[in-house]
Design a protein around this ligand. Structure first.
Ligand code: NAD
Length: 321
């Protein structure tokens, strides 16, 4: 069967190439929202691919039923799609959660590697005082530490958590994990020359991991209440560091700021914030935070993988058409 795909918010070149290699037709025209249903029906579009711009609501789903079989969201969040309703109508709704796994995991180590040498602070001070206060600055940042030999506690041992573990093993770190839904995971590090090494990780209790980790990195899907609050922070090692690339609110920001100000925790790497896109000034201005504006998934490679991961899903689904 000739599969017709409308990539209304665009698709990566490699994704398009994979679909075309499978013999499918890929249209990358952006059709205006109000003309979308008509366009899908007139052109007998089987697959509608969107990112966040195009909305796929009940009215569009009702209007295209019979033609549209697959709604793909390049990326993770599917707030712009009436997912349950589309599925009830027999449509497949698919996102690409795996595409950004490596990008997020590497950002964790960008924050960690920078934090232990105070780069987040020295990058701000060097342009201001590097010329006049070089020696003083050198002294200020001379008590850095190494990641090798330290323990990282990974809370949420799914796709990203396990990828973080891989990098940590590469650094020579000890890995502890918390995940009530994972009994044991085999983490496989693959090297450039085809060699690989596997490590088994058995998640432990939150208390054990908090008490023994030099760094905590959270990787659970959005929690209703903060998973790491005042009580959990108190159970952490003194001078520990913490990284949040999961969702704002997984770590209680108020409790975190108190812990940084009091010296209980040494630093925090934050890619996500409770109040996006206007994070609390206190968090932004803290001298102990390494900050990025929710760019965990934002690498060129991940953008590329979104397309190829989606192509794989479509090719698999089309076998049943
Ligand atoms: P995943 O579903 O593969 O893994 C999540 C893991 O958390 C699962 O193994 C689950 O069992 C575990 N978990 C659930 N509740 C838990 C709890 N109370 N305590 C401990 N573990 C618990 O998801 P993923 O792909 O690894 O994504 C993890 C997080 O990263 C998500 O919150 C996602 O929104 C976020 N994310 C952020 C960015 C970014 O731009 N910063 C990009 C992609 C994903």
């Amino acid at each position: 069967m000739m599969v017709k795909i409308l990539a209304n918010d665009g698709i990566s070149k490699s994704g398009q190439a994979a679909l075309e290699a499978a013999g499918y037709e890929v249209d990358t025209t952006t059709v205006a929202q109000e003309r979308l249903a008509e366009h899908i029906n007139e052109n007998k579009v089987d697959v509608l691919l969107v990112r966040s711009a195009t909305k796929v609501r009940k009215d569009l789903i009702d209007a295209t039923k019979g033609n549209l079989k697959f709604i793909g969201r390049g990326g993770v969040g599917m707030d712009n799609i009436d997912v349950e309703y589309a599925r009830e109508q027999g449509m497949i709704v698919q996102n690409t959660p795996a595409a950004s796994t490596r990008s997020v995991a590497e950002l964790v180590f960008a924050h960690l590697s920078g934090m232990v040498r105070f780069l987040f602070d020295s990058n701000q001070q060097m342009p201001l005082e590097g010329e006049t206060q070089f020696k003083a600055l050198k002294k200020n940042y001379s008590a850095g530490t190494e990641l090798m030999g330290k323990t990282i506690g990974i809370i949420g041992f799914g796709r990203i958590g396990q990828e973080v573990a891989k990098i940590a093993f590469g650094y020579g770190m000890k890995v502890m994990a918390v995940d009530p839904y994972v009994e044991e995971a085999e983490v496989k590090l693959s090297f450039f020359d085809g060699q690989s090494v596997s490590f088994k990780v058995k998640p432990q209790s939150m208390d054990e991991v908090l008490a023994n980790s030099d760094f905590i990195s959270v990787h659970i899907a959005g929690a209703q209440k903060a998973l790491i609050g005042k009580e959990e922070i108190e159970k952490m090692k003194d001078n520990a560091g913490i990284v949040n690339t999961a969702r704002g609110g997984v770590i209680d920001e108020v409790a975190l700021m108190e812990a940084l100000d009091s010296g209980k925790l040494k630093y925090a790497g934050l890619d996500v914030f409770e109040n996006e896109p206007t994070p609390a000034m206190k968090v932004l201005m803290s001298p102990y935070t390494s900050l990025s504006p929710h760019i965990g998934a934002a690498t060129l490679e991940a953008q590329d993988r979104i397309g190829t991961e989606m192509a794989d899903h479509i090719i698999e689904a089309a076998k049943g058409w």
